[in-house]
Write a protein that binds this ligand. Sequence first.
Ligand code: ZN
Length: 494
Amino acid sequence: MNTAFINGKIYCSFKPLKVVEAMLIENGRIKFLGRREEILKLCKDSTEIVDLDGKVVIPGFVDTHVHLDELGIFLNSLNLRDAESIDDLKRRLKEFAKRCKTYWIIGYGWDQELLGRYPTKNDLDEVVKDRPVLLSRFCLHAGVVNSKAIEICEMHKFNKPFIDLERGIVKEFAYSLVRRKVRESFSRNELKYILKSAMDHVLSFGVTSVGFMGCRKEIFEILKEMNLNLRVFVYTRDFYEKFSNCFLNVKGVKVFLDGSLGVKTALLSEPYEDDDTCGCQLMDEYELEKIVRDAERKGYQVALHAIGDRAIDLALNVLEKVKGRNRIEHASVLRDDQVERLSKIDVVISVQPHFIEGDWWIAKRLGKRTRWVYRIRSLLERGIKVGFGTDAPVEPVNPWETVYYAVTRGKYEGLEIYDFTRDEVISVQDALNCYTINSAYVLMEEGNIGSLEVGKFADFIILDKDPLEIDEKDLKKIKVLKTFVNGKLVNECY
Ligand code: ZN
């Protein structure tokens, strides 16, 4: 199967910037890049010729950090973020129940302040009786369930302080238990459906490869059975398995060193500005070294979740002792001495620039340390490889949103974080470089993906605008018209 794409503005790579007008694809890989006449000379009778009509082509995006299962569940749940009254909530639930494909009906995002009061079991029972329902509060620390859910989860056995059976309200521990029951309740077919919807969603935004963080064995087994169009690089939490084909690949293991800034569990070297705590250490150095050395021996990469500067110290202490291209996830709060230490070892950083918007309150937590957050430019200037990700569903999959925040850092939204970190803005060209070849490097796949080069997979997207010629304010308006993986059209926007 040969296809020639001609008359385009094809960005093969962003650093160095390389642009051609035509490319030839053979059996899913790039065979030749160059001028239209050169390519046409190489075409055979059977070669399909596609006229790009001057459109812009770039390599497919590589998202280093997503949670496909959670994303799929999120996409198949009812959004109640702006529900304004109990009646409104009921109406939406009724409508959603009709099209919801999973047995459990899941919703999230309600706020009793907006609704006027807490929703109750009786409210839900009035709408859905025959299937279990769980609607989470926007904080994801509490939810309301219907009678069917109470029956299925045997909630009368739950610990009292966290559950109000009368009203169907579950909190904290009890809430987590229900969530786990929901997850465990999914049939193989439902999980397949959930994963497929997540992958289709990702592809529709022009993301052609992902790092799937914290993939469970059960989910991995299902992915193995599926016909994938998205390249999935798996970071496990409960199994090791040597497995690789051109769409599914086990890369490494994910380890948590701390929590998050939002709930003050990210581990800082000095207390939070608005609390006495320094956060939580989820693993000690000795234990971490054991895991990292074990992974090194078995030939796996380690991805260390480290947000606070103390957690990053911990990561550095261990990573300085071992060989291999290991990853630090988020690296949100970085002191100068740490940037220096990072530049001396073969470590790669997976950053989520959309957190800049998500963590708009960050100065409250960190005070003047806010100048140390998401230091993308400092890292790049020291030659450290920074790949981009979204942590979807935590932040939206759409790469243009991420590029926008990496380039503007809340300048137009008046975010405080911009005042502290305006020196950390990067160019669109740098952002696209991070999101393609650097992300590929983070996944140790730079030989196969991340740029359009002869011999690499033909993973690319066609855009409606040129990102390098657009006003930065309009970056989020860019549309991905078509997504190609292995030279095959896998998504088209109408
Ligand atoms: Zn994550």
